[in-house]
Design a protein around this ligand. Sequence first.
Ligand SMILES: Cc1cc2nc3c(=O)[nH]c(=O)nc-3n(C[C@H](O)[C@H](O)[C@H](O)COP(=O)(O)OP(=O)(O)OC[C@H]3O[C@@H](n4cnc5c(N)ncnc54)[C@H](O)[C@@H]3O)c2cc1C
Length: 499
Amino acid sequence: MGARPFTVVIIGGGFSGAVAAIKLLDIAAARPLRIRIVEPRPELGRGLAFSTPDPAHYLNAPARLFSIHADRPDHLAHWLSVQEEAADIPLPASGQLADAFVPRQLYGAYVRAELARAEAEAGLNGSVEHLRAEAIDLVELEQGVRVTLSDGRIIGGDVALLATGFAGNRPTFEVAATPGSRYLADPWSLTGRDLAGAPPEAGPASVAADLPRDGTVVFVGGGLTMLDALVTLERKGFSGRYVSVSRHGLLVHERREPTPARDFLGETHPGSARALLRLARAELRAIAAAGGDWQSVVPVIRARLASLWNGASPAERARFNRHLRRYWELALHRAPGPSHETFARVRAAGRIATRAGRIEDITADAQGAIVRLKPRGGTAHEEIRADLVVNCTGAEYAWPRQSGRPLATNLLARGTVRPGGLGYGIDIDAAAAVIAASGHVSNAIFGIGPILRGTRWEATTIAEIVGHATAFAEHLATTRLSRRPPAVPPAASSRASAA
Ligand SMILES: Cc1cc2nc3c(=O)[nH]c(=O)nc-3n(C[C@H](O)[C@H](O)[C@H](O)COP(=O)(O)OP(=O)(O)OC[C@H]3O[C@@H](n4cnc5c(N)ncnc54)[C@H](O)[C@@H]3O)c2cc1C
C-alpha cells in the first residue's frame, strides 16, 4: 500500500502560490504529495501582476532575469523561443529574446506551463487541485490545518502556505464618489477587468470608453502602476492631458542596464539609513564625475538588501521607510523599454504634468472629478478638475488596513498571526513559519510573497519569490517529506519564537 500523500494547502494561487507548488513538485515529490490551491481566480499562476489582458503591460526587466529556475537563467527565453505569441515581442538591439521585455500576460502563461510541466513530471507522486473559492478561515490543529472556504467547504492538510499577495489599497485621502463615477480606485479596471480577475460589473471599461479624447486624467501616483494606466489609455486612443499627483512629484525612470558599479558597500553594515544614504551619495557623485550612469548602483544595493534589512534596527527600518523608500522604489522598479517609449512620447508632446503635494479629498460623479490638493511647501489649496481620476498608489501591505478580507481579519483576531515589521504583512521566522501573537512559531502555517514585506522587505519581486519558494520547498522536503510519517504521531511541539 502506498504512503498517505502529504497535503499542502496553498491559500492564494497567484505567482507566489504557483511557484511554491512548482518547487514542491520539483523538489519534494519523492513522497506522494497532494497540493490543493485555494484561489477564486479562474487561472492559477497569474494573480494580480499577470492577469492583465493588456499586451502592452510588460515585465520591468529583460527575460533573462525572470526564469522560474534560478540555476537556469535562460529557461524563460528558451520557453519563449517556441511560443507563437512571442513573435510579437519587440526585440532589442542584441536581437536576443533573453534581452527583451516580456508582456506580463505571456509571463503568466509561462508560469502556468511550468506548473503543468511540474505536475506531469511528478507523475503519480504529485497532484495539484484548484479549489475556486476564497479561504475565509484557517486553523492550526494538533496535527495539520483546517481551512474554511467561502462556499462552505472545509478542507484539511498537513501544512498551509499563505500566499494571499497584494490587497487593494486604502487611500489616505477622502473620496466621495458615486457608483460608476469618474474615480477609479483600481487602476487595472481600465483594462476591463477588476482586481478579482472577473469582468467588472459596473463599467470602468466604459468610463474609459466614454472619456473625452482630449480630456484631463489625473493619476494619483507616478510609478509603474501609473505607467500601466497611461499605456492602456493611450492604446484606447486617449490624446488629452495627464496630471500625476504625488507627495514629491516624482515620476518613473527608464530602465537602463549599465555595468554594475563597484561594491561600494563592502561587507560591513552602514548602521543607519542616513549612513547608507551618505555612502550611496558619495558613490553617485563619483559615478557622475566619471560620466557614468547612476543606475549602476542599483544592483549593488539590491544584492545587499536582505542583509541591510536584517541588520537594521526597527527605528532605522522605519526611517528608511519614511524618507528613502520612495526614491529606492523608483530606482529599483524602472520602466520597461516599450512602456517608456509611450511615456516619453507623451512627455515630449507636453501632455503630462506633475504636481507635488498632499491630496486632501477627491469628489467624483458620472461627469467628472475634482481633486483638492495641498501643494508641497505651500499653504493655499489647489483644485484640479479632471474627466477621470485613477488611483495608482499601489498596494496596501498592512493587514489590519485591508478591509473586506475575512481571512486576514480572522487570523489577526485569533492571534494566529501577528503583524510584521512596520505593521506590514505578517511575522515569520527564518523558515517562513508564521509567528503567532503569543510568540509561538507555527509547525504547520507558512507564508510567502508580498505578505512578508515587513519581515523580509524585498519579498515582492519575481527573483525574491522564486528564492523564497525554493527555500520553502527545500525546508519541507528535509523536515517533513524525507521520511514516512511515524506510526504514532508525536504531540504537537511548540517551538519558541526567537523574537
Ligand atoms: C502590476 C504588477 C506588476 C508587477 N511587475 C513585476 C515585474 O515586472 N517584475 C517583478 O520582479 N515583479 C513584478 N511584480 C511583483 C511580483 O510579480 C508580485 O509580487 C507577485 O506576482 C506576487 O504574487 P502573489 O501571488 O504573492 O500575489 P498576488 O498576485 O496578489 O496573488 C495573490 C492571489 O491570492 C488570491 N487570494 C487572496 N486572498 C485569498 C484568500 N483568502 N483565499 C484564496 N485566495 C486568495 C488572490 O485572488 C490572488 O490571485 C509586479 C506586481 C504587480 C502588482
